[in-house]
Design a protein around this ligand. Structure first.
Ligand code: NI
Length: 134
């Protein structure tokens, strides 16, 4: 089994907020991330595909192709968008790194031409990331 990783970046804004909580509860749980008009991050997404090497090409998956799949299914939908309101596939969740990772996984899982989606990581900052493996 080999693992191939492609990293992409996108910029987006979000607000961490649960409409079922009071303003005080939202403030207490989400702090600065509950800022009413949102705030931005330069996110990094890392997509890992696992599988067998195709002996004809020596590739598990052509990274140019993986890049196109990520751009088409994720980056084009989230880059320079507000994750709470502009992104169809994020509509029903609080846009934490955890939920972004799960939702991006759902966008990508059935799109792999060879191998299987193994992991999606979302870095919200250099030091913080969430990882989903299905
Ligand atoms: Ni934030």
């Amino acid at each position: 089994m080999v693992y191939v990783t492609r990293r992409e970046v996108f910029s987006a804004s979000h607000r961490l907020y649960n409409p079922n909580f009071s303003d005080e509860q939202n403030d207490k749980i989400f702090g600065k991330c509950n800022n009413p008009n949102g705030h931005g991050h330069n996110y990094v997404i890392e997509v890992i595909v696992a599988g067998e090497i195709d002996p004809k090409t020596g590739y598990l998956i052509d990274l140019k192709r993986l890049k196109r799949i990520i751009i088409e299914n994720v980056i084009s939908k989230v880059d320079h968008k507000h994750l709470n309101s502009d992104v169809e596939f994020m509509r029903d969740v609080i846009p934490t790194a955890e939920n972004i990772a799960v939702k991006c996984w759902e966008q990508l899982v059935d799109k792999m031409p060879n191998g299987k989606l193994y992991s999606v990581k979302i870095y919200e900052t250099e030091n913080n990331y969430a990882e989903y493996k299905g």
